[in-house]
Design a protein around this ligand. Structure first.
Ligand code: ATP
Ligand code: PRP
Ligand code: MG
Length: 283
């Protein structure tokens, strides 16, 4: 059977995390370095290493079956593809930002102003929705320096920590979209056996990332309190310890609630708490 093709970023913000995700899915391949296409030796898949801007169209046109790319790039290229899975990395917001001294205080004051961006399509849509007519200046990078050079009154670009805005004397003004890396697929191919297999693998890796495996010891008396704190699917497992009157509790705890839960467990009598990363959770 012909292998599927998945397009990922060749270098840049999403490359490392995309490669790591695919490797964590158990796929065995050489990182691109020497070639722009790598066969996977243990799954019917080839990896294409591309500029991220090209990925949505390659997937739409069927040159690649799947792709990993930021939602911002998908929106900008206005392609028709299936969103298969949010991936939890490459999280950022696309914002309009102003020079620190700017007198603009409300959106409508952008009327007639110039805004520099590498995302003219998304910006144009936002401005039209807000009935603002502004001059969009499309540039391919280093957008943040354009107000300082007198090229524009404002910018529209990716913001994550806000460090780049700050170091260029800019301040955030309006959030337009938030974005993260997503797995996309060619329309109509969602149910392909190997596409489904890959989605299952990715989901099992993502699920595992969100949780920690926890083992703790507790006396029989304190066990009911501990169990109340651990409403799980079919967990926790409770195993007797060599010392009578004591048990070990094995469970999984969501990462987002982790420290809070650990304090509650300690207060309820948990001892010798051991925390381990989980590689995969297959439902
Ligand atoms: N500072 C950031 N924090 C988090 N995610 C980001 C950040 N900057 C960009 N991204 C996300 O990563 C994607 C790739 O960013 P990158 O800067 O590598 O793009 P690029 O320079 O256009 O790369 P390419 O050479 O592939 O065209 C962006 O489209 C966005 O989704
Ligand atoms: O809010 P921050 O955390 O500072 O991140 C925002 C910056 O990150 C991205 O650029 P990147 O560093 O990827 O370089 P590039 O523009 O050359 O791709 C983006 O284009 C912003 O300039
Ligand atoms: Mg790009």
């Amino acid at each position: 059977m012909k292998p599927l093709k998945i397009a990922i970023q060749k270098s840049g913000r999403l490359n490392e995390k995309s490669v790591e995700l695919l490797k964590n899915c158990g796929l065995s391949f050489e990182n691109y370095k020497s070639s722009l296409i790598s066969p996977v030796s243990n799954f019917p898949l080839e990896i294409l290493f591309l500029r991220d801007d090209d990925i949505p169209e390659y997937v739409q046109d069927g040159i690649a079956d799947l792709g990993i790319v930021g939602e911002n790039v998908i929106m900008e290229t206005e392609v028709d593809v299936s969103y298969l899975q949010r991936l939890g990395f490459g999280k950022c917001t696309l914002k309009i930002a102003l020079p620190n001294g700017s007198e603009i205080e409300e959106l409508k004051q952008l009327e007639g102003k110039s805004i520099a961006t590498s995302y003219p399509v998304i910006l144009d849509k936002f401005l039209r929705e807000n009935k603002i007519s502004a001059d969009i200046r499309t540039i391919s990078g280093s957008v943040e320096i354009s107000p300082g050079l007198g090229l524009s009154d404002a910018i529209f670009d990716i913001v994550s920590t806000g460090g780049t805005l700050k170091s260029n004397g800019l301040k955030p003004f309006a959030d337009v979209i938030s974005s993260e890396a997503v797995l996309i697929g060619r329309k109509g191919e969602e149910n392909h056996e190997h596409v489904q297999d890959l989605i299952q693998r990715i989901q099992s890796v993502l699920r595992a990332k969100e949780t920690k495996y926890v083992v703790l010891n507790v006396s029989q008396e304190c066990l009911p309190e501990i169990l109340k704190l651990l409403p799980g699917v079919k967990s926790p497992s409770v195993l007797p310890l060599a010392e009578s009157g004591w048990v070990a509790v094995h469970t999984v705890i969501p990462e987002r609630d982790f420290w809070n839960k650990i304090s509650q467990l300690k207060a309820a009598g948990a001892q010798g708490i051991v925390v381990m990363p989980i590689e995969k959770i297959i439902l």
